[in-house]
Design a protein around this ligand. Sequence first.
Ligand code: NAP
Length: 248
Amino acid sequence: MNKTILITGAGRGIGAEVALLAAKKGYNVCVNYLKNNETANDVVNKIIQDGGTAIAYQADVSVEKEVYSLFENIEKDFGKITALVNNAGILERQSRLDDLSLERFNNIIKSNIISCFLCSKLAVKQMSTKYGGAGGAIVNVSSIAAVTGAPNEYIDYAATKGAIESLTVGLSKEVASERIRVNAVRPGFIYTDIHADGGESNRVNRLAETIPMKRGGLPSEVANAIIWLLSEEASFSTGTFIDITGGK
Ligand code: NAP
């Protein structure tokens, strides 16, 4: 069967690693990005050089009409997707809740939750047997912050990840009999550029001692779990979560 995967925010970090690994597993890879076409094209070129198939798609996945165009463009290029990774997400500068603006809170909700809702909705329309689809799998990228709440750092971010977890559980049950599995991963401290966006590029190293394994995680270690959840090896798993935290 032809396998096509859409990974949101796949130009760098965890999403880029998922894209590279998915190509090795035989997926046609749709590399979504927001602004940085250079890094997204690097990911695509690497996949093509290694004999895989990939296309980069610019779209802000928190904006409804852009998500509709994204799915239409992918369908023209590859047909219906069979796998979706809701990976795009943002972090803002470290702050207490009493210093957060409403504008920032709304922006985080839009980027982290609305994006997941919109892409999941269109994926279900393509995958579900209810609409004549052949089924598929969705993995949402949550965070261990959904459990810890990220006090004194990013309660707004943690709250969006909590919402994604509820969405994962509910949607998994809604579409379980329509041949769609919906799962999530909870990464801990992973070496990517998101921490620089949060105002502390050295954050993972600073916190490494607090992790039982005494080190931060690699994007590839998260990608391995995501690709497993998407695969037939996880055929009886839905509505479930994998923590990738080094024991934290
Ligand atoms: P990252 O390096 O900052 O990459 C995120 C990518 O998402 C960026 O390349 C960005 O694209 C893209 N993006 C952001 N908003 C978007 C939008 N509205 N539409 C389309 N693309 C968008 O982040 P990461 O660390 O790999 O994180 C990936 C996911 O893992 C996020 O959901 C994050 O919350 C989660 N996570 C990360 C960690 C960690 O320690 N790194 C821990 C727990 C959870 P452009 O480059 O084009 O701007």
